[in-house]
Design a protein around this ligand. Structure first.
Ligand code: AMP
Ligand code: GLY
Length: 421
């Protein structure tokens, strides 16, 4: 089969790596890919919208897998289906679960899905008035896509006002900030639960935990994610069943009631609060760096799972390796703010599981080309071993301005040692 993967981050390299294990895969195209995906197939640059469709037809691509949210929200799946081209991912109306936080919140309210109490505003003065009288802390979110930067956890009204100015008046994220969601601030542990969805069938992946803040001990600004581990220790089988029944199922059913089908992977960003799991956000795609921790533990054939999702033929369960995985993101110092790129990357040991994100290969030399550069993955029979292996691999990688968190998976290890967080 010929497979095309849309995107060029760590998630897309990981998806390609996992899909390439299938005996069925013959040719791989990454659009645009990165320095790592070149070891699996071809990188195709400068392809957009209609060009991608033309390319898929020309090359007779058997399955296109979409990594990032933007093309999904813009309706790439609808366009491929109109042309009869096989593609994995939800259509535009279902992708609104990530594309509009106001849509997602209203849908959750209608379906009784646990989430933080919220109000929606499309008028600055009304939002300002609400914030001035709101119990602190609270959270202000851009309705539309903002590359993970449109969410402000505000300690007091002044911070809230600033967030409203940035989003609604200065329009830092364009029309994405025209409407805002203001919601209660939840406490607890964040967990990412991803599941394959095929109509009303829901098949969860292993839960994982991302580390969103830039610095150790969850300090510093929010990033796309600085590392992840799987499985998550404080979510057992019963809790996962509860999450499927109380969160995923009513969400999918409510979409169905509105005539919207969900087919693809759905990612619920959850806060495990004292009163149970609550939805922080829905994403309509695989997580990054969650994929780097989850997919190396997959025993089943990923390609078969994606094809069976499309065919309404999901198996009863997914088989997993019994071990643990810890993925640590190696970033350019300064990320998620300003950083330098173009430094040579030296990788001494090829035995490490290593996924590329912001890398570029030129004349056989690998260079840094983005904020998140690489993910190193440690696999082990226990979480401590997996963590040690990941950090040992880092010593084999060198580039100028390398920065990484030292505490990926520590919360899981502490929980295993003490039985609590
Ligand atoms: P979002 O863009 O909705 O995923 O939010 C980004 C991050 O902001 C989340 O991963 C959380 O760390 C934090 N966050 C979002 N909503 C809330 C909330 N209601 N309470 C506490 N933290 C939140
Ligand atoms: N790791 C966060 C995300 O994929 O959105």
């Amino acid at each position: 089969m010929k497979i095309m993967v849309i995107g060029g981050g760590g998630r897309e390299h990981t998806l390609g790596w996992a899909l390439s294990k299938s005996d069925e895969v013959r040719d791989f195209y990454f659009v645009p890919g990165n320095g790592g995906t070149l070891s699996l197939g071809h990188n195709i640059n400068n392809l957009e919208n209609e060009d991608i469709i033309r390319f898929a037809k020309e090359k007779k691509i058997d399955l296109t897998v979409v990594g990032p949210e933007k093309p999904l929200v813009q309706g790439i799946v609808d366009k491929f289906r109109e042309e009869g081209l096989p593609i994995f991912g939800p259509m535009k109306d279902a992708a609104k679960l990530e594309g509009s936080k106001a849509f997602a919140k209203e849908l959750m309210a209608a379906a009784n899905v646990p989430t933080a109490s919220f109000e929606i505003f499309d008028e600055f003065r009304a939002a300002k008035n609400y914030v001035e009288n709101k119990r602190e802390p609270f959270v202000v979110k851009a309705d539309g896509l903002a590359g993970g930067k449109g969410c402000f956890v505000c300690r007091h009204a002044k911070e809230g006002l600033r967030a409203l100015e940035v989003l609604m008046e200065e329009r830092k994220f364009g029309d994405s900030g025209k409407t805002v969601v203001i919601e209660d601030c939840l406490g607890g542990e964040e967990v990412s639960v991803l599941a394959l969805i095929s109509n009303d069938r829901i098949l969860p992946f292993l839960p994982s935990q991302d580390h969103k803040r830039a610095n150790d001990n969850d300090r510093g600004p929010n990033t796309g994610g600085m590392g992840a581990y799987a499985p998550v220790v404080f979510i057992g089988k019963d809790e996962l069943t509860e999450i499927i029944e109380n969160i995923f199922l009513p969400t999918i059913k409510e979409l169905g009631r509105r005539g919207i089908e969900y087919k693809g992977v759905l990612y619920a960003g959850l806060m495990i609060s004292k009163s149970g799991p609550k939805v922080l956000e829905f994403n309509v795609r695989f997580g990054d760096p969650e994929s780097q921790a989850i997919l190396p533990l997959l025993e089943d054939d990923l390609l078969e799972l994606l094809l069976r999702t499309n065919d309404y033929n999901l198996p009863g369960k997914i088989n997993w390796d019994r071990g643990w995985a810890v993925a640590v993101v190696l970033a350019s110092n300064g990320y998620p703010g300003k950083y330098k790129k173009g430094f040579e990357i030296d990788i001494k040991d090829n035995s490490c599981v290593l996924f590329h994100a912001g890398t570029r290969l030129s004349d056989g030399i690998l260079y840094t080309a983005g904020g998140r550069v690489l993910s190193v993955v440690g696999l082990g029979e226990d979480l401590i071993t997996a963590k040690k292996k990941a950090y040992k691999c880092i010593s084999k990688v060198k580039f100028s301005d390398m920065y990484y968190r030292k505490d990926i998976a520590d919360k899981g290890i502490k929980y295993l040692e003490k039985g609590r967080l």
